[in-house]
Design a protein around this ligand. Structure first.
Ligand code: FE2
Ligand code: FE2
Length: 401
């Protein structure tokens, strides 16, 4: 009987590949952690190739098969399977003689920096096959950078907001596919928070703010382990939470100074108006309607609209409050300084328990922390594009009070 590679060695090699992929997505391929892992991966694979002169992994969505048998599903097998699957790789075969350059190419393909076709020309010891197109209907293009949104997609989000403005019937399909792109990026452990929209022109604010809240909601939901459908709804809810602002006089929305009592009353109408409007539309998830209604109630229910004491806030509304507050805080800080993470987390912690759900705040801060230095140190890569607002303008913005 020919000797076969034991399962433990396979899992060890996969663990190394998965660790390299996680570091490469979070930082870059040049990062020290990746550089340390590549020779280790080479060693593990070479050792296995000493036993069998070819090793083949089959990729079936979230699972890997070895020698035709499914491997035990671990976070590592799942990550590798999901990343390869999203790059259309249906199977991958390694042969004796594999090199460090070929392993680097494998990582590049998995994180989307190179096309799998490159194996054919540059990796004589790696063979691959494409995913069957049959089980491919729900394939979604992951979106990890704002710049990856096509002009058409950007246009469709803007059109969507204009449609709300004209109070016409909403077409939610395109919005859904963009949200699905963000969900899919998070599931591949890419870093879609880099897609947070740079703060642009004032009049684009509602649009950019909505996209940001959607992304932050999906980030929270992913870390809470929500399933795909729920993640999608939570994203849509983030996107539409402020839909009711369309019914509020633009001058009030954009007023730089403090609102008068009367204006404040009108501003407070945006949650019920939004919920009412979304209710009249087809295909809007119930969660989005509820969120539009509840997103200013605060965790202690001291916000608006006023509700009875025993009112139970929906989890998605509380998540949206956090995303909303974070995005509003971000826009009020001085932009030239790099993001000061301790300061912003301090501010959010101060609001925990009163305005915000304390457990969700802790979770949110953990999510941000887990994203690593790249994001925290560069201030979400936003500083460069941010407009220069005066201290006074910053202090008086009332984006989401
Ligand atoms: Fe709002
Ligand atoms: Fe908002």
């Amino acid at each position: 009987m020919t000797p076969t590679v034991d399962r433990q060695s396979i899992q060890e090699a996969l663990r190394q590949i998965s660790a390299a992929l996680a570091a490469a997505t979070l930082y870059s391929l040049e990062h020290k952690q990746v550089q340390v892992l590549v020779p280790q991966i080479l060693e593990s694979l070479s050792r296995m190739l000493g036993v069998q002169n070819e090793i083949t992994f089959l990729v079936v969505k979230k699972d890997l098969l070895f020698d035709g048998k499914p491997l035990e599903r671990t976070p590592h097998t799942e990550r590798i399977a999901r990343m390869l699957y999203s790059r259309r790789v249906g199977f991958i075969r390694f042969a004796t003689g594999i090199t460090t350059e070929e392993i680097t190419l494998l990582l590049q393909v998995a994180i989307g920096q190179q096309d799998a076709e490159k194996f054919k020309t540059s990796a004589p010891h790696i063979d691959y096959g494409e995913v069957d197109t049959e089980d491919d209907e729900e394939r979604v293009r992951p979106i990890t950078r704002f710049a990856e949104l096509t002009d058409e997609e950007l246009g469709s989000i803007k059109d969507f907001y204009e449609t709300i403005g004209d109070q016409e019937n909403l077409e939610i399909k395109e919005l859904s596919s963009i949200i699905a792109g963000f969900v899919s990026a998070f599931q591949q452990e890419a870093n879609p928070l880099l897609a947070l929209v740079p703060l642009r022109m004032e009049d684009e604010y509602t649009f950019t703010h909505s996209v940001n809240v959607a992304i932050l909601n999906i980030a929270q939901g992913t870390s809470l382990g929500l399933d795909e459908q729920l993640l999608h709804d939570v994203g849509i809810a983030g996107m539409l939470h402020d839909a009711g602002k369309i019914f509020i006089d633009n001058e009030i929305i954009r007023k730089p100074g403090k609102l008068s009592d009367e204006e404040w009353q009108m501003m407070q109408q945006h949650p019920p108006r939004g919920a009412q409007y979304l209710m009249s539309q087809q295909g809007i998830p119930a969660l989005a309607i509820l969120t539009a209604f509840e997103h200013h109630m605060r965790h202690d229910k001291a916000g608006y609209p006023k509700v009875p004491d025993n009112w139970q806030l929906n989890l998605c509304s509380e998540m949206t409050m956090i995303s909303d507050t974070f995005d509003a805080l971000r826009t009020r800080r001085a932009y030239k300084e790099p993001w000061d993470f301790p300061k912003i987390s301090g501010l959010m912690l101060e609001l925990a328990g009163s305005q915000l759900n304390p457990y969700l705040v802790m979770n949110f801060l953990k999510v941000l922390e887990g994203l690593g230095e790249e994001i925290i140190e560069t201030g979400f890569s936003l500083s460069a594009d941010a407009p220069e607002l005066s201290e006074e303008q910053l202090a008086t913005r009332h984006v989401c009070e």
